[in-house]
Design a binder for this molecule. Structure first.
Ligand code: NAD
Length: 250
């Protein structure tokens, strides 16, 4: 398919998991240029190389404003504008109430909330009518799983932005939607201070509480991101799309 024909996209956190799968789908859907960002240069460049010349790696951290300026300066000088922004960079980390620390809270909010705010605000001057902004929220934004309060709150802020920002931008014909994945098997779970067995046990548990009886795949989320980035979804703004095998309804 070529639903993204000619479009210029920026995907933060594009070196792994959902971001990488989305970059791959964007290329398959004929996007003209897909800028991917990530903190680790080698991993990022390897990811871009695996997807071909239309994927451009720009190393950077979304918590660093100078990195974001460098990213959008490069997009401006090479492409002149952005059609699709997928603000995907983020991470999850558990901690129960009673054991919360400043470091835990600041880390999650700096990346998942403030990093996403600055990504979108700095992209805006390059966006034109018909543009699409896709925010990475999560099913946990509207759930109450123990030990996930700060991560869940960070994602609740993100789903809120999809609503308020869609109103802020309505006069400009720029759309803002959020995706809320359920449990998706990605490398994120390798970085969560859980053993391999604990991660396997968590995926097995997640399958039992999901109506589809399985965890999700990053390429499934990518299909939804491509739809939200394309003109096929031009009627959608301020939406939260659950991609979770029905878990949100349980
Ligand atoms: P992942 O760890 O595979 O990928 C995350 C990407 O974000 C990586 O490229 C990482 O380098 C990047 N990143 C993290 N912090 C960054 C920073 N400060 N600056 C720049 N890049 C940064 O994880 P994933 O599962 O693909 O997660 C992608 C997004 O989806 C995250 O926002 C996550 O919270 C959300 N999400 C994931 C799941 C899931 O079950 N995997 C469910 C719901 C939501």
């Amino acid at each position: 398919m070529s639903r993204l024909s000619g479009k210029v996209a920026v995907i933060t956190g594009g070196s792994s998991g959902i971001g990488l799968a989305s970059a791959k789908t964007f290329v398959e859907e004929d996007a003209a240029r897909v800028y991917i960002t990530g903190r680790r240069k080698d991993e990022l460049e390897e990811a871009a190389a695996s997807l071909g010349p239309r994927v451009i790696a720009v190393q950077g951290d979304v918590t660093n404003l100078a990195d974001l300026d460098r990213l959008f300066d490069r997009v401006k000088s090479e492409a002149g504008h952005v059609d699709v922004v997928f603000a995907n960079a983020g991470y999850a980390s558990p901690a129960p109430l009673g054991a919360l620390t400043d470091e835990h809270i600041d880390g999650l909010f700096d990346t998942n909330v403030k990093g996403l705010i600055w990504t979108v605000q700095k992209a805006l001057p390059l966006m034109t009518a018909g543009g699409s902004i896709i925010l990475s929220s999560s099913i946990v934004a509207s759930k109450g799983f123990a030990s996930w309060s700060i991560y869940s709150a960070s994602k609740a802020a993100v789903r809120s932005f999809a609503r308020t920002w869609s109103s802020d931008l309505k006069g400009q014909n720029i759309r803002v939607n959020a995706i809320s994945p359920g449990v998706i098997e990605t490398p994120a779970y390798d970085h969560m201070s859980m053993t391999k067995d604990e991660v396997g046990g968590f995926f097995a548990f997640a399958s039992t509480i999901t109506p589809l009886s399985r965890t999700g795949r990053d390429e499934e989320i990518a299909k939804v991101v491509a739809f939200l980035g394309s003109d096929e979804s031009s009627f959608m703004t301020g939406s939260e799309v659950f991609v979770d095998g029905g878990l949100a309804q349980v």
